[in-house]
Design a protein around this ligand. Structure first.
Ligand code: FMN
Length: 327
């Protein structure tokens, strides 16, 4: 029987399947079900940076501190960390109930005061912290450099405040993707999750109004992450976790061949239930047996650009044949 174990962020995973951060992983029952179905690790639903600061700000905003600056200091320092405490409770409960690694997640947009709290995830037992970073680059006055510097500052501040491994989960809005990933790793990122999938708009032409695009991804969305995992794995010294569009064992196998050390599943679990993890693991094992691979490292990354005898094939970005008749 094939050995599915792998290493991600320095953690030993019994297999490369991670239940991705979503509403599904926002409660103990569900994360336990993910473990029971075979998940090698879970990423808990993201706590929003704004949640860490919001209660405190609301309390402070509601009160008149003119005559009581001590009270301001009290609320500011002690605060009412309702959301944070609730989230830390989830981390703690998950750690008590699960034997697989539990990765906490924060959705962050600024390197502000919230980063001081990073150590609390470690103290409560989180095995790692995933920083779900996304600033929509739509502000016409904000340069890409400014946004990238913000991401790196968040990362540096978090790393300063915790010793657990930290991964960054990013989108694909970078003109210098390879350079940014490399700088993030140099600034302490132990792992990189490629890619997050964001809410996008659609338009209802009957009602003539905005609507949401599909929340659930399609298997055809796998290719962007596949290409970037193949380009970066081995080139940058970090663990890569694949995300978006992985719905079956075939998708997982492709990412492992490209060089991902773990693969995150979300949409397929929301659509088919967490039992899907068991099916996918079975499919992975069957394929490994068929190909006579005894362990993941026998084939992990063999189709990354770094290990390829045709590295140029990974950087081709135009369909030349259809334009000028060349293949
Ligand atoms: C309903 C829903 C909630 C999500 N919530 C989070 C979240 O809190 N934090 C996060 O990092 N990603 C979140 N995601 C993104 C997923 O973790 C995942 O990266 C994305 O859906 C792409 O993977 P998939 O194609 O397997 O769905 C969410 C996705 C969905 C559909």
């Amino acid at each position: 029987m094939a050995d599915l174990s792998t290493s991600y962020l320095g953690l030993n995973l019994k297999n490369p399947i991670i239940a991705a951060s979503s509403s599904l992983t926002g409660n103990l029952d569900n994360v336990k079900k993910c473990e029971d179905a075979g998940a090698g690790a879970v990423v808990l639903k993201s706590l929003f940076e704004e949640q860490i600061t919001s209660d405190k700000n609301r309390m402070i905003g509601d009160m008149n501190f003119d005559a009581h600056t001590d009270a301001y200091d009290f609320f500011n320092a002690v605060g009412t960390d309702y959301y944070l405490d609730e989230y830390l409770g989830l981390v703690e409960d998950a750690k008590k109930s699960l034997s697989v690694p539990v990765i906490a997640s924060v959705n962050c947009i600024s390197p502000g005061q919230w980063t001081d709290y990073a150590e609390r995830f470690e103290n409560i037992g989180a095995d790692a912290l995933e920083l779900n970073m996304f600033i929509l680059p739509s502000n016409i006055s904000t340069s890409g450099d400014t946004i990238e510097d913000t991401y790196l500052k968040i990362l540096k501040n978090v790393k300063k405040n915790t010793n657990i491994p930290v991964s960054i989960k990013i989108g694909y809005h970078f003109s210098g993707m390879g350079n940014f990933i490399n700088r993030a790793v140099k600034n302490g990122a132990n792992g990189v999750v490629l890619f997050n999938r964001f809410y996008k708009i659609d338009i209802d032409i009957d009602k003539i109004e905005l609507k949401s695009s599909p929340i659930i991804s399609e298997p055809s969305e796998i290719h962007l992450a596949l290409q970037w995992i193949a380009l970066m794995a081995g080139e940058v010294p970090a663990d890569f976790s694949a995300a978006t569009g992985v719905h079956d064992a075939e998708g997982v196998i492709k990412h492992l061949l490209a060089g991902a050390s773990s693969v995150q599943l979300c949409s397929t679990l929301l659509k088919n239930g967490v039992g899907r993890i068991t099916d996918i693991l079975r499919g992975l094992e069957e394929w490994m047996d068929k190909k006579e691979y005894g362990k993941i490292s026998d084939f992990n990354g063999i189709l990354s650009q770094e290990n390829s005898s045709h590295p140029e094939a990974y950087e081709r970005s135009q369909f030349i044949k259809s334009v000028v008749g060349l293949s």
